[in-house]
Design a protein around this ligand. Structure first.
Ligand SMILES: [Zn+2]
Length: 318
């Protein structure tokens, strides 16, 4: 059930919940899993939340209506899961889906299709999906899951609402980065320790996600990211940390461009490469300068919203 994920995926969870509360859901969601292992589970929990007349999210609000029961027993005609057939997801699988979903749903309810490993759509399947996304039939919702978002067609990505997942916190992978960054930020042992044990990884994920979005979507970041970002970094102290992380991150991108080993974000190699490919040395130095300059403003007269807007605009111009 959806409420199971509130701790592990707080941001994604909130977006999902809001979609119902505000009755604004997208025709297509792209789950950027970032190695998170329970993508399909949460997609099904989300599907149940959307389809159940009580918006099932925990045991106290439903879990025993006909819809919930049918989903649990995989009897639900309104949900379809598409997985790679062998190495690829093929056009025939998409055609089959469209045939099934074109007939109006019996309950007049929404229909949901989930595509796992969406980066494995072959070209003709991707084009077929694209057509489906371009003219989404009423009440049909797509959920695409992927660990390699940038292998999807740009035109598909742009038609989806992207939900970026946090990695499984218990994976050991990010330990080196976390410690290196913690040591840079805090001299005092207790502060360092609470960073490591508590907020460190989520701050790092948050900052990387923000930068990747900004690098790709430029000014759109103001609309799509700033609000969520400021909910995480919601006071002066935290915002200073965020800006420090921005600087460290871009310094590592600089290292990447110079073929020097990264000092802080060593566990996030792939994202560094991605950003390095979009910038030259001069641009990165310029970006670091902008961030450091704006960081000074945090100490004074802080209007965090304006500050973040300004950051986005200045960085987008570089
Ligand atoms: Zn239900």
């Amino acid at each position: 059930m959806l409420d199971d994920y509130v701790k592990e995926q707080p941001i994604v969870y909130r977006v999902m919940k809001n979609s119902i509360n505000k009755n604004q859901f997208s025709h297509a969601y792209l789950f950027e899993l970032n190695g998170y292992s329970k993508g399909l589970d949460i997609a099904l929990a989300f599907a149940k939340f959307l389809l159940c007349p009580n918006n099932y999210s925990n045991l106290s609000n439903c879990g025993n209506c006909v819809q919930c029961h049918n989903i649990d027993t995989s009897n639900f005609l309104e949900i379809k899961i598409i997985r790679p057939d062998g190495q690829w997801i093929k056009k025939e699988q998409l055609d089959e889906l469209q045939r099934q979903f074109m007939t109006k749903s019996l309950s007049g309810n929404k229909k949901i299709y989930i595509i796992t490993e969406a980066d494995k759509l072959n070209i003709s399947a991707a084009n077929s999906l694209l057509k489906f996304l371009e003219e989404p039939p009423e009440g049909i919702i797509a959920i695409l899951l992927t660990d390699n978002m940038y292998q999807l067609l740009e035109t598909i990505i742009s038609r989806c609402q992207i939900l970026s997942f946090k990695k499984n916190i218990n994976s050991n992978q990010e330990k080196n980065s976390l410690q290196a960054i913690g040591k840079y930020l805090y001299n005092e042992k207790s502060l360092y320790e609470s960073f490591i044990a508590d907020v460190g990884l989520s701050y790092i994920d948050e900052v990387i996600e923000y930068i990747l979005f900004l690098e790709k979507k430029k000014e759109e970041t103001i609309i799509y990211k700033n609000k969520d970002f400021l909910e995480v970094f919601n006071d002066r102290q935290k915002l200073m940390v965020a800006f420090d992380l921005f600087v460290l991150y871009y310094k590592d991108v600089l290292n990447k461009l110079l073929n020097i080993e990264s000092s802080y974000f060593c566990d996030y190699e792939q994202s560094l490469v991605e950003v390095a490919n979009k910038n030259n040395l001069k641009q990165i130095s310029e970006k670091i300068k902008i961030i450091m300059k704006l960081k000074v403003n945090i100490k004074y007269n802080l209007n965090a919203n304006l500050l973040m807007d300004k950051l986005v605009i200045l960085l987008s111009e570089v």
